[in-house]
Design a binder for this molecule. Structure first.
Ligand SMILES: [Fe+2]
Ligand SMILES: [Fe+2]
Length: 151
């Protein structure tokens, strides 16, 4: 599976999420450096597919993609100072889950992926293999965005 196939697969399972108003908003919110939340979420979904592809891990591919796309669905710019998200690192997983539950029908795997993706900063560990893969993919992408792509 190459990069094109990854994007095709993401579109098949998560096209409705990518076209949603929330994700549209995420295009205008910065995640790390010059990367938007939208681009970060898409990169994390791709990284999840790369990990399961190369490590031959069996997963619920739909949940893996949808949970990855929605893991940072907090829908605000965390770089803009505000009392409501001053503890962003600790609170945004819960906020993302609340928003995602309002806009989409989630599986129990997707809920756990979103809620636990900030482990170990949020101390509750991920429960499903899809959640563990997301934790790993999110951190790989964050390092790329902060240290390689730069500002
Ligand atoms: Fe996050
Ligand atoms: Fe993330």
């Amino acid at each position: 599976m190459n990069k094109i196939n990854y994007l095709d697969t993401i579109n098949i399972y998560g096209g409705d999420i990518l076209c949603s108003k929330g994700m549209e908003l995420s295009k205008h919110n910065t995640q790390h450096g010059s990367t938007s939340v939208y681009d970060h979420s898409l990169a994390v979904a791709q990284m999840c597919l790369i990990i399961v592809h190369y490590l031959h891990i069996k997963t619920d591919i739909s949940s893996l993609i949808r949970g990855a796309l929605l893991h940072d669905y907090f829908l605000y710019d965390w770089h803009v100072a505000s009392k409501s998200h001053r503890l962003h690192g600790f609170t945004h997983a819960k906020k993302s889950l609340q928003n995602a539950e309002q806009d989409f029908q989630l599986t129990k795997i997707e809920r756990n992926m979103i809620k636990r993706h900030m482990f170990p900063l949020n101390i509750c560990p991920p429960r499903y293999r899809e959640s563990v893969i997301l934790c790993l993919a999110d951190k790989i992408c964050a390092v790329q965005e902060i240290f390689i792509k730069g500002k």
